[in-house]
Design a protein around this ligand. Structure first.
Ligand SMILES: NC(=O)c1ccc[n+]([C@@H]2O[C@H](COP(=O)([O-])OP(=O)(O)OC[C@H]3O[C@@H](n4cnc5c(N)ncnc54)[C@H](OP(=O)(O)O)[C@@H]3O)[C@@H](O)[C@H]2O)c1
Length: 261
């Protein structure tokens, strides 16, 4: 597939996976629109990717957890002929749910679910009209089972995964060439864990992986039409073990694993 000169929109491109996605798509010759709140970090990504690959990178600094933010972003980019949308912006909150503030949970769900769904809806319509395009929604290993300490976050990622696989199937069964894919990484060395307020416990240290190879797998999977991409054998094995248990037992297993030492 030749993506040279085509355009991708990447949310959450100021750190972690988003920076890797920008590098990988830039290396394929794609022009990029990158979105997040930290403009200085986005500007660094722009300079690096433009210098390395000679592509054009446009920066949009905005908070996607705001009401109407997705609509606003769509209005700003709808005439750009976006062929690849990576809904990557998101974060988790590690804590007993009873201790989490309602307004903070709302903001997280607004970003992880509402903005992602709205952007998918708006860009998918345009892609279906042209019968081409790729959307990758970043879910998580945590979307496969109940995740104590990340109860609301894990449930938000279960939404993202099921939503994306359902769309992948609707498109495939109706003969569309548009692809929607769910990327489901496990613990990965980005800003995620510290932002979530989780410490680098022995368990986290023993399971955490590197982001770049996982991001390469995600993009390959997307361009090959895969409905779900879960990088690393360790994660796939753990997910399949948890699937054999009752949900309650799986939740108890996750509780014991990720409880702080
Ligand atoms: N790393 C992991 O262990 C892991 C595992 C499973 C799934 N994931 C998922 O992977 C995705 C990327 O996270 P990451 O691991 O790369 O972590 P990260 O380094 O913290 O990156 C998160 C990105 O989202 C952006 N973001 C956060 N809140 C935002 C907001 N309100 N509006 C716009 N952008 C916002 C951040 O940029 P600004 O702060 O500049 O806005 C940043 O670019 C997330 O959806 C996360 O849930 C991560």
């Amino acid at each position: 597939m030749d993506f040279k000169g085509k355009k991708a929109l990447i949310t959450g491109a100021s750190s972690g996976f988003g920076v890797d996605f920008a590098d990988i798509l830039g290396s394929k010759g794609m022009d990029l629109i990158i979105v997040a709140r930290r403009k200085d970090k986005l500007d660094e990504v722009k300079v690096n990717v433009e210098k390395k690959y000679g592509v054009n990178v446009k920066v949009i600094d905005m908070d996607l957890s705001g009401f109407d933010a997705a609509q606003e972003l769509y209005e700003m980019t709808k005439d750009e002929n976006i062929e690849v949308l990576l809904n990557n912006a998101g974060y988790g909150m590690y804590e007993f749910f009873k201790n989490q503030k309602a307004e903070e949970v709302d903001r997280m769900l607004q970003l992880n679910i509402i903005a992602l769904t709205a952007l998918t809806n708006m860009f998918l319509k345009d892609m279906v009209k042209k019968d081409c395009g790729y959307i990758m929604n970043v879910a998580s290993f945590a979307g496969f089972n109940p995740t104590p300490f990340y109860a609301a976050y894990g449930a938000s990622k279960a939404f993202v995964m099921n939503f994306s696989v359902a769309l992948n199937t609707e498109l495939e069964k109706t003969g569309s060439k548009v692809v929607v894919s769910a990327f489901c990484p496990g613990y990965t060395d980005t800003e995620f864990v510290s932002r979530a307020g989780q410490s680098r416990s022995k368990f986290v240290e023993s399971t955490i992986g590197k982001s770049y190879p996982a991001a390469v797998e995600a993009i390959d999977g997307l361009f090959n039409g895969k409905a779900v991409v879960m990088p690393r054998f360790m994660n796939r094995f753990a997910a399949s073990m948890l699937k054999l248990m009752s949900r309650k037992k799986a939740a108890e297993t996750v509780f014991s694993s990720i409880k702080e030492d």
